[in-house]
Design a protein around this ligand. Sequence first.
Ligand code: IMP
Length: 196
Amino acid sequence: MLEKNVSMIIATNNQHKLNEIRKMLPLSFTLETLKEAGVNFELPETSGSIEGNALQKARTVYLETGKTTLADDSGLLVEALGNQPGVDSAIYAGLPRSDQKNVDKLLAELDGADNRKASFVTVLALIMDGQEFLFEGRVNGQITEGLSGNGGFGYDPVFMPDGYDCTFAVMSDDEKNAISHRANAVAKLKEFFDKQ
Ligand code: IMP
């Protein structure tokens, strides 16, 4: 892609997501964290949908700063659970947020299930010059019967993407970043900037 000089706030407090997004974008993109932008409060995520939450977070930061903002919201959709936990993925096992408890609950819910199909979905919401743009990325896979791997975060130790025989948590960052839901969404974002 062309080396565009884009400057934007990445509206997430999740260090893993921040690192993943940073690695996926060209070095010519200047990324500001929420802290660097002086946004020190919790961003609301109350819309009830992944897309709605991404927009809600981006709008909150854009209204506060007036700067180009990119927000991300994502979740795990499990077919046998009617696409749950979905927008509630972070708090599937309740508060306080615990990746370990969420994964334990998911494995318990799917105990003995034959259908273990699942997808990770990310929606990126970009607000630039007052205009809103959405980019969706998805990766399909299976929920494994046990945990494996120490990398990544969240449901990575139990998510095995289609075409692979290991979980996201076993993969290197570069391997995950080549195929993940977030990578797919970021690829669409990069295409968008290419056309600007
Ligand atoms: P968020 O609302 O976008 O922060 O994401 C909701 C939850 O989805 C996270 O807390 C994780 O549990 C899960 N999640 C999102 N992306 C990933 C991923 O790449 N790997 C594992 N879990 C993820």
